[in-house]
Design a protein around this ligand. Structure first.
Ligand SMILES: Nc1ncnc2c1ncn2[C@@H]1O[C@H](COP(=O)(O)OP(=O)(O)OP(=O)(O)O)[C@@H](O)[C@H]1O
Length: 578
C-alpha cells in the first residue's frame, strides 16, 4: 500500500479509475487470445485426428467473433487510456500546486536547510516520474500480471503437468527480483542523489554566472559542475550495470520455464499422454505470455525507482507547517518579550525585549551580525523564537495564522525581488485587485511614476527575472510603491546600505517618508543621521539589546551608539574633506 501511496505522491485514489479500466481492457484482451487458441485447435484438429475434417464453418464463426472482440477491446482500451493519462496529469498538477502551497507554509528555517535546486527539481522532475508511474508503470504492470494469471488458471485446466513445467521457474525469477529489492532501492537512492546534486550545481552555476565571470572563477566553478555531471553519469552506469544482470537473470529463469515446458511436452507427446493440439496450444500461450512477464520484471525495477521520487514528495508534504489559526487583533503594537533564537544551534538573539507602540518609529541599530535582520524576521514570523514570545497587540504570533499576520505587515528590504512580469503587476503584488489608477497613484507617491512612463511600454514593460533590467534605486522605489499600495499598518524597513547617488537617495527618502506616515515603523538603520527623530532606538550587540532610547539620550550615554555615531560623523567628515 505504501508503494502505491508513494508512486501517486500521496494520492493512491488517483489509481482507482485507471486500474479499473485497465483491468477491464486486460480482461477484454483475453477474449481474442482465447479465440486465437480455438482457431489453432480447429486448424490442428485434422492433423491430430485424420478422421475429423476441418470445421470451416466454426472457423468462420471464430474469425467473426475475433473481429467483434477486437472492436470490444478497442472500446475498453479508450477509457483505460484516457483515465491513465487524465489521472496522471491531473494528479501531478494538483500535487504540484499542493506542494507549492505547502512550501509557502513551511518555516524559513526548514527551507533554508533545503537546496532551492532540489525543490525545483522535485516540482518538475519528481512529479514527471509520478506522472509516468500512473500513466505507464502501474497499468503496464497490471496488464503484465493479469494476462499470465489468467493463462496459469486456463492452462492448469487443460494439462496441469505442462502448466507446472511452464511456470516452474517463475517463482525463482520473482524471488530473485524481490530479494534484490533492497539493493535496487539503495542504488536508486544514490542515483537520485547524484541527479539532484547535478541539478543543484547547475542551478548554482547559472545563478552565479555573473560573479563567476567577474571573479574569473569559470574554471573552478565549472570543475564542480563537471564533477557532478560525471558522478551522475557514473551512478547511471552503476544502476544499469548492477540491476541489468539481475533482471536479465530473472528473464532467463522465465525462458527456462518455456524450454522446460517444451521438453516435458515432447516427452508427454511421445508417451502419448497428450495430443498434438494440447501441445500446440501450450506453445502458443507459452510464447505469448513470455513478453508480458518480462515486461513485468523490467517494470517492477522501474517502478521501485519512480516510487522513490513520489516518496520524496510525500515526505516533504508531511513536514510540519507553521501552525496558528487566530486572526490578528485590532491593535498594531509589536512586542518582543524575552526572545531568544538561533538559526542552527548557536543563539543569535539572547533574551531580547522590545516594544514598538502603534504609530511610532523604532530604529534597530548595531554592528553587522548583531541580529537586527533576525528581529525583523521574527516579527514577520518567518521563524518562531526558541524562547520568549513575539506579540502583536497582546496576542502571541505563534497562535496567529501566518498569512493573516503578513497582511498586516509591509516589508521594504534591501534585496528587492521583482517577478518576471509587467511593472504594473509587480506593484500590484501589494494589492491584487488594485486598479490601474491606484497602481499609478502608489507609483507617484513612491517617486517612480516618472521613470516608469519613460520606459518603452510604460507600466506594461516587462521586468527581467529578479528585476535585472532596472537599477537598484528603481527597484527599491517599486518595492516602496508595492508597500504603499498594500497600505499595511506595520512597516518593516531595511535601509539600503549600498551608496546611492544623491538624487536617487533623496527620492527614496521621500518615498519612504510617504510610506511610513502614521504607521508603526520598525527600521534597520545603517546611517544614523536618518534616525535622529526616531521615537525609540534599540542598540543591539551580539544578539542582545545593550542600549535603548532617543538619539540625544544615547549620544549622551557615551556607549556603543555614541561610538557608532562618532565614527559615522568622522567618516562623513573624511568623505567631505577628501
Ligand atoms: N539564514 C541564516 N542561517 C544561519 N545563520 C544566519 C542566517 N541569517 C543570519 N545568520 C547569522 O545570524 C547572525 C545575525 O544575523 P543578522 O542578519 O540578524 O544580523 P544583522 O545585524 O542584520 O547584520 P547586517 O547588518 O550585516 O545585515 C549572524 O551571525 C549571521 O551569520
Amino acid at each position: 500500500m505504501s508503494m502505491l501511496n508513494n508512486i501517486t505522491a500521496g494520492k493512491p485514489r488517483a489509481l482507482i479509475k485507471p486500474v479499473m479500466y485497465t483491468t477491464l481492457a486486460n480482461l477484454a484482451q483475453i477474449v481474442p487470445f482465447a479465440l486465437l487458441v480455438e482457431a489453432a485447435r480447429l486448424i490442428f484438429e485434422p492433423f491430430a485426428q485424420p478422421s475429423a475434417p476441418l470445421n470451416i464453418e466454426r472457423l468462420w464463426w471464430v474469425c467473426g467473433w475475433m473481429v467483434v472482440s477486437l472492436l470490444l477491446l478497442f472500446l475498453c482500451e479508450i477509457p483505460a487510456y484516457r483515465t491513465q493519462f487524465r489521472g496522471a496529469y491531473s494528479t501531478a498538477a494538483e500535487g504540484r500546486t499542493k506542494l507549492a502551497e505547502h512550501l509557502r507554509k513551511l518555516s524559513l528555517g526548514y527551507l533554508n536547510k533545503r537546496d532551492p535546486g532540489d525543490l525545483a527539481n522535485m516540482m518538475m522532475g519528481d512529479f514527471t516520474m509520478v506522472e509516468h508511474g500512473i500513466s505507464h508503470l502501474v497499468p503496464q504492470m497490471l496488464g503484465a500480471i493479469i494476462m499470465p494469471i489468467m493463462a496459469i488458471v486456463g492452462l492448469s485446466f487443460i494439462d496441469g503437468r505442462m502448466a507446472l513445467a511452464l511456470f516452474a521457474a517463475f517463482p525463482i525469477a520473482i524471488l530473485l527480483v524481490l530479494m534484490t529489492s533492497g539493493l535496487q532501492r539503495r542504488l536508486g537512492a544514490t542515483h537520485m542523489r547524484a541527479k539532484m546534486d547535478a541539478a543543484n550545481r547547475l542551478q548554482e552555476y547559472l545563478n552565479g554566472i555573473r560573479v563567476i565571470k567577474a571573479y574569473n572563477l569559470t574554471g573552478e566553478r565549472f570543475v564542480r559542475l563537471e564533477k557532478s555531471f560525471r558522478e551522475f553519469m557514473q551512478q547511471s552506469i552503476r544502476i544499469e550495470g548492477l540491476l541489468g544482470p539481475i533482471v536479465l537473470a530473472a528473464i532467463a529463469f522465465i525462458r527456462a520455464g518455456l524450454t522446460l515446458m517444451v521438453m516435458v511436452g515432447v516427452y508427454l507427446l511421445v508417451a502419448g499422454s497428450i495430443d498434438l493440439i494440447t501441445f500446440v496450444m501450450f506453445l502458443l500461450v507459452g510464447t505469448r505470455i513470455f513478453d508480458p512477464l518480462t515486461a513485468a520484471l523490467v517494470n517492477y525495477a522501474e517502478f521501485r525507482y519512480h516510487e522513490q521520487a513520489g516518496e520524496r514528495i510525500v515526505q516533504l508534504l508531511s513536514e510540519p507547517i507553521m501552525t496558528g489559526e487566530q486572526q490578528p487583533p485590532s491593535e498594531n503594537d509589536v512586542k518582543l518579550a524575552g526572545v531568544s533564537f538561533g538559526y542552527i544551534e548557536k543563539n543569535v538573539l539572547n533574551n531580547v525585549s522590545m516594544h514598538m507602540p502603534v504609530g511610532s518609529f523604532t530604529a534597530l541599530v548595531g554592528p553587522s551580525g548583531s541580529g537586527k535582520s533576525t528581529v525583523m524576521r521574527l516579527i514577520a514570523r518567518f521563524y518562531d523564537p526558541s524562547q520568549g514570545t513575539v506579540l502583536l497587540g497582546n496576542q502571541p504570533l505563534v497562535d496567529m495564522d501566518p498569512e493573516a499576520l503578513l497582511s498586516r505587515v509591509s516589508m521594504v528590504f534591501q534585496d528587492v525581488y521583482l517577478f518576471q512580469d509587467t511593472i504594473a503587476n509587480n506593484i500590484r503584488f501589494g494589492k491584487r485587485e488594485a486598479t490601474q489608477a491606484e497602481v499609478e497613484d502608489a507609483a507617484k507617491q513612491a517617486c517612480c511614476h516618472e521613470f516608469i512612463t519613460k520606459l518603452p511600454n510604460g507600466y506594461d514593460t516587462l521586468v527581467g527575472e529578479g528585476g535585472s533590467t532596472l537599477s537598484g534605486g528603481e527597484k527599491q522605489r517599486i518595492s516602496i510603491a508595492r508597500a504603499i499600495l498594500k497600505n499595511a499598518p506595520i512597516i518593516l524597513l531595511d535601509e539600503a546600505t549600498a551608496s546611492l547617488d544623491p538624487e536617487n537617495e533623496a527620492q527614496i527618502q521621500k518615498a519612504i517618508n510617504t510610506l511610513i506616515e502614521g504607521r508603526t515603523v520598525i527600521a534597520i538603520a545603517h546611517r544614523l543621521k536618518t534616525i535622529r527623530n526616531a521615537d525609540n532606538i534599540y542598540v543591539l550587540e551580539n544578539g542582545a539589546v545593550v542600549e535603548s532610547g532617543q538619539h540625544d539620550e544615547l549620544v549622551k550615554k557615551n556607549g556603543l551608539y555614541a561610538r557608532l555615531w562618532k565614527l559615522q560623523q568622522e567618516t562623513n567628515g573624511w568623505r567631505l574633506s577628501s
